[in-house]
Design a protein around this ligand. Structure first.
Ligand SMILES: [Zn+2]
Ligand SMILES: [Zn+2]
Length: 116
């Protein structure tokens, strides 16, 4: 990961610069002048990563769509259940638990994607 004060290419710092001498090539202080030409390559890699990320997002969307379909099925079953079982106020609780579980799953997925 990029950290301020450390060149992300060669890991040189303000105190411990490159042997040939360098300064910061950007305001964020994450790239030094001796590595600046390499940053074009990094940009390309970044674009590749962005594409990977997009693919991951599409995967996530797919899984979300699946969840939605399941939910829609449950919703379609719901009226019948309500008709036969009658209306009960206490029904809201398990729905909330399901939602929490779903959110937890989403977070797990997001964390997995973030880890790459
Ligand atoms: Zn450097
Ligand atoms: Zn340097």
């Amino acid at each position: 990961m990029k950290r301020k004060g450390i060149c992300f290419v060669c890991a040189c710092t303000q105190e411990d610069g490159c042997p040939e001498g360098c300064s910061w090539a950007n305001l964020k202080q994450t790239l030094c002048t001796s590595c600046e030409p390499l940053s074009a390559i990094e940009r390309m890699q970044k674009r590749d990563r962005a594409l990977d990320d997009l693919a991951n997002r599409l995967d996530l969307l797919d899984s979300l769509r699946e969840k939605l379909l399941v939910r829609r099925q449950v919703a379609a079953d719901e009226p019948a259940r309500v008709r036969t079982g009658g209306r009960k106020r206490g029904k809201k609780k398990p729905m909330t638990l399901d939602k929490v579980k779903e959110l937890a799953e989403l977070f797990t997925n997001a964390a997995r994607i973030a880890r790459g």
